[in-house]
Every structure is written in structure tokens, then in C-alpha cells.
Design a protein around this ligand. Sequence first.
Ligand SMILES: C[S@@+](CC[C@H](N)C(=O)[O-])C[C@H]1O[C@@H](n2cnc3c(N)ncnc32)[C@H](O)[C@@H]1O
Length: 468
Amino acid sequence: MARKKEFESLTIDSLEYQGNGVARHDGRVIFVEGVLPGEVVDVRVTRRKKGFAFATPTEFHARSPLRQDPFCEHFADCGGCTWQYLPYEEQVANKGAFVAEVMERIGGITEPLPLPILGCDRNTEYRNKLEFSFSPTGWITQSQVDAGVELPHRNALGFHVKGRFNRVVDVSRCFLQREPSNHVRNEARRIAAGLDLSFHDPQTHEGLLRSLTVRTSDDEVMVILCIYEDRPDIAARFLSLLMEAVPEITSAHYVINPTRNDDISPHEVIHVAGTRTITERCGHLRFAIHPKSFYQTNARQAERLYGVVREWIEPEPGDSLLDLYCGIGSIGLYLADLVKEVVGVEYVEAAVEHAILNATTNECGNARFFAGDVRDLIATAGREGAPLPRTELVVLDPPRAGIHPDVVTELIRLAPRQIIYVSCKPSTQARDLKLLSQRYEIRRMQPVDMFPHTFHIENVADLRRRDD
Ligand SMILES: C[S@@+](CC[C@H](N)C(=O)[O-])C[C@H]1O[C@@H](n2cnc3c(N)ncnc32)[C@H](O)[C@@H]1O
């Protein structure tokens, strides 16, 4: 196996939780992308690790009856929506099974079994934010090569090719965001050509246009153009033509980012026309979305996720709630009317500022937010003069890495009556739940699908302190 690069007629036994098919050869595991159980494939190894390897299929000898044709013309090249060849109902069934599997394998948790996963009502046009990249060396697709197409230029506006940061697929139709998202991007490309503007190359660091972000809410559309050089005149002209071509745009901004790094967060956003923010609704709440605001990208499914937390939380009179890793405060604010006080912690200061603003807009006078590391702030919680009070209710929504073991220790010290743990990575959640189960009973778990056609899964766990 050590040197072998190709394997023939491997049978795929199952799927692992990142969506790869699992095959075995001479007692070793080969993870194969883009395949389904029961399929028989020849593969080429792309990456090798001790005892296992990753591979890509080169030939199919047998296909699964479940396999369907991808609905997007860019599927073969684009890095998004990688699971389109499996019907959506099968995707969610597999995601539910993955949660049960990692809970048992990593957390040793066999009970309770996760509740049936909550799938999305809409599995296309579910995102409220997309960032399209400009590139002067767009990807030439296999079908263009096969057809011998002669391209007049290689300027592209779209998404990065799978695993290639410097290659961009020129997207003509994407199914991820509601219209006018496609119209905005296609008009932007036309306007750029009309103005003869150059597209930025991240390798040579030449070219003006870097990215175009489109944010949509129910009835508003925001665009944010990012350019490389200090040319406010061109940015304003470009955006004015774009607004003329797409009258649904309600808010237009640009950012000048002259650095080699794509991150726009350190740079000033310049408002050009329309409103400064757009509004997202989440149940009884309204959030003002600024060009740089973080907000859950699948807003409708976030509402269902928060709905699970709201249904499960069991406040008693006088209870306060700690919302740890609170982002812009959305979960805590969603629960604020049920408790005496909400105290949120988040280490991105801008997010905390937005959380405070959101509390004011939504008239949640009982919410406070602190900027800082959860690990530091929780260490003093409940002590005299400490910013965080001792509470009986805690909601955790950490990043993919999960929570630090010190945070587990402190939670066990504080011993709130109920912890609701929202996770975007069930494998790290399983690890953390195993530690928390020293003092907590896991009462129920609810997987929620936020990102159809991808392998991501959210899982909510409801924990009760055991008083034995
Ligand atoms: C999964 S997001 C949750 C956001 C929010 N609950 C929501 O639903 O929109 C995790 C958040 O934790 C923050 N974060 C990550 N590590 C942190 C830490 N050690 N201390 C405080 N906040 C942290 C991130 O900045 C991010 O906003």
C-alpha cells in the first residue's frame, strides 16, 4: 500500500461523517471522495497518511441507485455544494446517522439517540450572503477544453475551484442565494468589462477588482465591492451602474483593501448609496446587518435552531442565563423575554458592539455583553466583583474546535441546572459531552441541517445537572 497510487475495483462500504466513502484494502482504510455505499470504483490516491489514504475516483464500475445528476452546471469545478449527487432526503438521513455515530465513537454516548434531524424546507437559495471573487486567470473547465472553446480573455467572477485558492470558476448561475444574486454578479461582470477594469490576481497582486459580496434579507439587497487600489471614483461609478442595472439593490458600499490578505475586517467600509444596513428578522427579533456583521448564513434555519433552544430551556422564576460564545447576541436575545437577565460573552469586540446594539433595537433591557475569552471570564464567574454572575442556565455555541477543558472544569464548578450546547461540529461536541457527563445527564439531542448539499451538521444537546 505504501507506494501504490492507484487501486482498482474498490467497493465502498459506508460513508464517514465528512461525506467521504469508506473502502478497505489489505486491512487499510481508503477515504474516497464523491462516492456512495455500494459503488465499485477505481481510485487515484491524493493524500497518504499512516494507515489510511484519501483518494478520488477515476472510473465507476457500479453506481448506487441513489445517485442523482448534480443540478448545478458548475458542480464539477466549484468548491461549494459538494453533495449534490445524493438526494436531499438521503443527505439528511446520513447527517442524522453521523451524529449518532460520532456520539458513540468519540463520546461513548449511546443514549439518548439523536432526535430525527430537522432538514431545511428549502434546500436551494438558503444563504443570505455570498462572496464572489474576481480573477484574471479564470478556470478553464473540462467541457471547454473538450469543446476546444477559444476564450477571448480569462477574466472570471465566481467561486474558488475545489482546493485552489488562486483559481476562480466563472459562475453564471448559483443556486445558493435568492435572486437577484445571479443578476447582480452577471451585471457586475458586464459593467467591469464595459469600464475596462482589471481583475485582481492574488499571486502577482495586480488588478483592481477583488471581490463582490451580496447580502440578502427578505426584501433587501446589499452589495459590498472590494478593490485593491485607492480609486474611490471608480468604485462609486461601478456601484452606481450596478444599482441602475439591478434596481432591487437597496444598499451599496465599497472597501479598499491594498494588502495581500483578503480579510476586509480591518478596512473602512464606505457607504455609497441606499440604506447603511439591511434588516434580518428572526422570530420576534430584528437584526440590523452592517456590511461587516456576522449573521447566521441560513437565517430561516437559524430561527428553527434557536426555536429548539427556546423550547428546551426551562427557566424558573428569577433565573439568569449565560450565553457563552454569543457572537452578535442572537441566541441570548432570542431567550431574553424568558429570563431575568442575559449575560453574553464573545471575544470579537465588533460582534459585542453589535450585540449591544441589537439588544437596544429589540428593547431587551435585560441583556449585557462582555468582550473577552470565555476561558478567562468563566474562571471568575460567580465570585465577588466578577463580570459574570453564577447562573442556573447556560447556552454554549462555541466554534468548531469546541470548548477548552478548563471551560468544562469551570462549568462543573459553577454547576448550572441546565446547559444547552449548540455545536457546529458534533465530533468536538461529543468529546466535550463526555467530560461534562461527570456531572450532567444528556436528556436529548437535536441535529439540525443548516447547509444542504454540504457535510456540515449542527447539533443541539440538552444537559441537566445530576444531583446524585
Ligand atoms: C459558532 S459562533 C456562535 C455565534 C452566535 N451564538 C450565533 O448564533 O450567531 C462562535 C462564536 O464564538 C466566538 N469565540 C470563539 N472562541 C471564543 C473564545 N475563546 N471566547 C469568546 N468567544 C469566542 C467567535 O468569535 C464566534 O462569534
